[in-house]
Design a protein around this ligand. Structure first.
Ligand code: ADP
Ligand code: MG
Length: 228
């Protein structure tokens, strides 16, 4: 489903003319099969978010190849890349990134609205997914009226609502207490089992990695596969 070969990325840091080159991805190789939960575990600053950003096409890498569902993503134009990203990926972030002025229902509905889905279909789909992720009772709550765990459920529902085959999660439980973390991990596992959704989860948290079918470890820009 995803094949990454020799991916390299260097940031230029500092004042113009005096920039320092900081290699952050140093030839990363890995693959993700359909229906897998893959965890990329590593310390803060090891390059995990950079890897996810390049995977999603938010950032261009200067070397290497990324294939998603057979498509070499470097060959896409900016516009094609944005459309491709919307079709293939849902995103889950540590800080949820919900719209504060929209209710839980409206946050989840938003991607469908942007796609031009009719109101009746939107309502039906959002209702169904809210039940699935355990949010039926708080549909009309605003993000600041929800617990951290509930906010992350909203963000997961929003990521799923357009049916992307791959979910990319950057520290999905990083802002949650350990009990809520367990709830979210169980939800991710059940979505993976029931719908065959593919998850790539990056985390510094060993606990999160326990739900993965396969684990990779990131050390200072290099990725090492772990034995299952
Ligand atoms: P992680 O997600 O594992 O904590 P990141 O991928 O965020 O690591 O960062 C890896 C390294 O790249 C860090 O040293 C960070 O300072 C640097 N870095 C990240 N983003 C940028 C950027 N936009 N410009 C310059 N340096 C960056
Ligand atoms: Mg990060």
């Amino acid at each position: 489903m995803i094949q990454v070969e020799n991916l390299q990325h260097t940031f230029l840091i500092g004042k113009k003319g005096k920039e320092k080159r900081v290699p952050v991805l140093k030839g990363v190789n890995f693959e993700v099969k359909q229906g897998e939960i893959v965890a990329i575990v590593g310390k803060s600053g090891s390059g995990k978010s950079t890897l996810l950003q390049t995977l999603a096409g938010f950032m261009k890498s200067e070397q290497g190849s990324i294939k998603v569902n057979g498509q070499e993503t470097a060959k896409l134009t900016e516009t094609e890349s944005a459309a491709f990203r919307l079709r293939q990926f849902g995103f889950i972030f540590q800080n949820f990134q919900l719209m504060p002025g929209l209710t839980a229902f409206e946050n989840i509905e938003l991607p469908l609205k942007l796609q031009g889905t009719s109101k009746a279909v939107r309502k039906e789909k959002v209702k169904k997914i809210m039940e699935k992720v355990g949010l039926a009772e708080v549909a009309d709550h605003y993000p600041n009226e929800l617990s951290g765990g509930q906010q992350q459920r909203v963000s997961i529902a929003r990521a799923l609502i357009t049916n992307p085959p791959i979910l990319l999660a950057d520290e999905p439980t990083g802002s949650l207490d350990s009990e809520t973390e367990q709830d979210i991990l169980l939800l991710i596992q059940s979505l993976n089992r029931e719908y065959g959704l593919t998850f790539v989860i990056i985390t510094h948290d060993e606990e999160v990695a326990t739900i993965a079918h396969r684990r990779f470890r990131m050390y200072d820009g290099e990725l090492v596969k772990e034995d299952a």
